[in-house]
Design a protein around this ligand. Structure first.
Ligand code: BGC
Length: 760
């Protein structure tokens, strides 16, 4: 790698400005006389979408590449090692297709199940999404190919995605919308981070200094380059100042000129431009170190796609009909059985190397069993009774009916959200008619995000959530139905009973250009738990063909310091008859905290494979952050002394063991008392209480005396004044305590902030 600082010195202002905007739709600007090569980037995230002519074509048929399962399916595997392998395979395809940086993964939270792009995102839980994103990035980058962690940040809907302002309070932003990005940046060091289109609290992500510079680069130490989402930059100079290094796509001569003029006029410091140039050059030369070209192993990657799909599918319901036994005749109903529905619309849309036909793959495992196919429904919302009648006839003549159901193919896409969570009314009619005629009906769903099922689930014998499952998903469905793969996927998002139950329902999609994240930190299962809202299937849920027993929960220490963390272990036994995998989930519940907290939060998990009768001890570490919450007044993650429950479960709603532990906080928090602080805040603050102590008993006595013990007005005098500012309490008590409440409070504050008291 050449010395970047020397190179920057040799570059003209024009060259530096040009480098910070793409040369074409997918390439950066080369500087030939200095041997600065161009760099090719391309989508992402679950396959390589590389157009033939990266220099001139924005959208065209892309070259064939493996379409792996979408992120929704990947996350449901809860298998970080497998996602690492998937990342490695993607890197080999990038190398073969001459791509330097893959535009993924997407680490945005699934705030509402309506978001059109949810299939590209992992989870409603920041911890799970962060682990998945980190593993994906490590996998890709282990082969010398870069990634782009996107879309940073609070891009949780497609509705008005390029203008909407996500109005999110600081604590919610820190605890829900940032941690997946933070974990991925810290653990996996992505080469690039892509800023989102939207505004955050009124400022475009592309021009958001707090987001791109203060949080991402300074606080998290991100060393790579920040790239814009395609067309997300509004003011190039402001974006550079905010920390947006590379604008894509190009060419954009006017933008380059604007940067040159801004430097010449003094509006933009050249050092700011140089810093972006440095970051871009570091990545461009790092990318050039990986030799590109060759071929990738199409069949091996297809097989890997099948494996991931099988591990990510979630068995939602099973009355024992699955795995399929030896049937003579199975009715296979639904066009998704002949034409696999395996990916969503938009920039992630891959031109697959090959696609499994689900019905043909099923026949391979079904052996002599006769499969009879009916189309069942059309690829739109139209109702056609004759298709239902034919399907019913088919189902009735067989021993089992398999109903392959997918949403109309343009319903889930980048660029727009779904309007509802429903299957088409024709499909609901079809399922109800078929299940009425054939009780042994299994519904296989292909979709990228939850659908509601109340209208039809009761009649089914089993339901398999097969997601947008990638090009080999047809085979993976057969594997699961026949028990070649024992299902082990668990939901990375809650399936609600109905749309109105969802946490963001009354704060979506926003109006007047803004969407208010009114549910705050209570998003996903945090909301359903807190409000005790019943769900169709809870977060973390998924069935298996075997059963697991949890015994002997242990913690490394009953009392511990926050900085030391804890290790949790539990013995898990396969108590059934077939080999299977279990996802053990560890949630943390805080008994008491100064700020409100969700009833439980996922802080660790592990996936293990167990033979029948086998027991393994599963160990999950919990660190400082597992117990901390973000306190906006302190502007930091804090812990508080006290008890926590460690909940070990098979889902968020199926907690098998609980251990209670006591945390000692090592934090020396500064005081945050001010003139408006209430009596309660003073007494809860150790320095405040120590300053107030000489006056305190007198105040209490005076309060009781002033209010006659509270009897006359039926209240507890202390309760009455506890949440009143101290200054107001002094006013209320009159001159018996102090003649100048303001002066007294100021003196107390001076004591609180004096070094004496701090060291006392
Ligand atoms: C999408 C990005 C994508 C980019 C390039 C944008 O519209 O939001 O996810 O990487 O286009 O295709």
């Amino acid at each position: 790698m050449p010395k970047i600082t020397d190179l920057i010195k040799k570059m003209s202002l024009e060259e530096k400005a040009a480098l910070c905007t793409g040369a074409g739709p997918w390439t950066t600007t080369p500087v030939e006389h200095l041997d600065i090569p161009e760099m090719t980037v391309t989508d992402g995230p679950h396959g390589v979408r590389r157009v033939q002519d990266v220099h001139h074509t924005f959208i065209s048929a892309s070259v064939p590449a493996t379409c792996f399962p979408t992120a929704a399916c990947m996350a449901s595997t809860w298998d970080v090692d497998l996602i690492h392998k998937l990342g490695e395979a993607l890197a080999w395809e990038c190398i073969a297709l001459k791509v330097d940086v893959l535009l993924g993964p997407g680490a945005n939270m699934k705030r509402t199940p309506l978001c059109g792009r949810n299939f590209e995102y992992y989870s409603e839980d920041p911890y799970l999404a962060g682990e998945m994103a980190a593993s994906f990035i490590k996998g890709v980058q282990s082969k010398g190919v870069g990634t782009s962690l996107k879309h940073f940040a609070a891009n949780n809907q497609e509705y008005q995605r390029s203008t909407i302002s996500s109005e999110v309070d600081e604590r919610t932003f820190r605890e829900i919308y940032l941690p997946a990005f933070e974990a991925a940046v810290n653990k996996a060091k992505p080469w690039t981070v892509m800023c989102s289109y939207n505004k955050i609290n009124g400022t475009y992500a592309a021009e958001n200094h707090q987001l791109l510079t203060e949080i991402l680069k300074e606080e998290w130490g991100f060393e790579g380059l920040v790239v814009s989402d395609w067309g997300a930059v509004h003011d190039r100079v402001e974006a550079l100042k905010a920390g947006l290094d590379l604008e894509m796509p190009g060419p954009r001569d006017l933008r380059v000129k604007a940067v040159i003029e801004a430097v010449r006029s003094g509006e933009l410091r050249e050092s700011v431009l140089d810093e972006s140039v440095r970051r871009i050059l570091e990545i461009v030369f790092k990318a050039a170190e990986t030799k590109k070209g060759g071929a990738f192993d199409v069949l091996r990657h297809h097989a890997l796609a099948r494996r991931v799909a099988g591990e990510g599918m979630v068995l939602l319901k099973n009355n024992g009909i699955l795995p399929l036994k030896e049937q003579k005749h199975i009715a296979v109903i639904g066009r998704a059985a002949q034409e696999a529905y395996f990916q969503g619309g938009g920039s992630s849309h891959i031109n697959p190397t090959q696609v499994d036909n689900p019905c043909a793959e099923l026949q391979k495992l079904a052996g002599d069993t006769r499969l009879s196919y009916s189309e069942g429904y059309l690829n739109d919302e139209d109702f056609d009774q004759s298709l239902i009648d034919e399907a019913v006839k088919n189902a009735r003549s067989a021993e089992v009916a398999l109903l392959y159901i997918c949403l109309p193919s343009t319903k889930e896409s980048e660029g727009y959200d779904r309007l509802d969570l429903d299957l088409t009314s024709h499909q609901v009619g079809l399922i109800n008619a078929v299940t009425a005629a054939q009780p042994n009906t299994v519904v296989i769903l292909n979709n990228g995000a939850p659908v509601v099922m109340s209208e039809w689930i009761n009649g089914t014998a089993a339901v398999l959530e097969a997601w947008m499952m990638g090009q080999a998903g047809g085979g993976a469905i057969a594997d699961v139905l026949y028990g070649k793969v024992n299902p082990s996927g668990k939901l990375a998002e809650t399936f609600p009973l109905k749309l109105v139950d969802t946490p963001a329902y009354i704060n979506y999609p926003g109006e007047n250009g803004a969407v208010h994240y009114g549910e705050g930190i209570f998003m996903g299962y945090r909301y359903y738990d807190a409000k005790e809202v019943p769900t169709l299937f809870p977060f973390g849920y998924g069935m298996s063909y075997t059963t697991f027993d949890y015994q002997n929960p242990k913690v490394s220490s009953q009392t511990f310091r926050d900085v030391d963390g804890l290790t949790v272990s539990v013995d898990v036994t396969n108590t059934g008859k077939v080999t299977g995998k279990e996802v053990i989930q560890v949630y943390v519940h805080d008994h008491e905290s100064r700020l409100v907290r969700p009833p439980k939060e996922l802080k660790g998990f592990a996936k293990v494979e167990l033979q029948p009768g086998e027991t393994k001890t599963v160990t999950v570490p919990l660190d400082f952050r597992a117990f901390a919450y973000y306190h906006p007044a302190y502007k930091q993650w804090i812990t508080e002394d006290g008890e926590f429950d460690i909940l070990i479960g098979a889902s968020s709603a199926d907690i098998r063991c609980t251990q209670t532990v006591t945390l000692h906080s090592t934090l020396e928090l500064p005081s945050i008392l001010n003139r408006e602080s209430t009596l309660r805040e003073w007494t809860e603050d150790p320095r405040g209480m120590s300053a107030l102590a000489p006056l305190y008993q007198q105040m209490v006595d005076q309060m009781r005396a002033t209010m006659g013990g509270g009897d006359h007005i039926g209240m507890d005098p202390m309760g009455f004044l506890t949440d009143t500012p101290l200054i107001g309490v002094f006013h209320f008590l009159g001159s018996s305590i102090t003649t100048s409440p303001q002066k007294t409070v100021d003196e107390l504050l001076a004591k609180v902030y004096s070094a004496d008291l701090i060291t006392a």
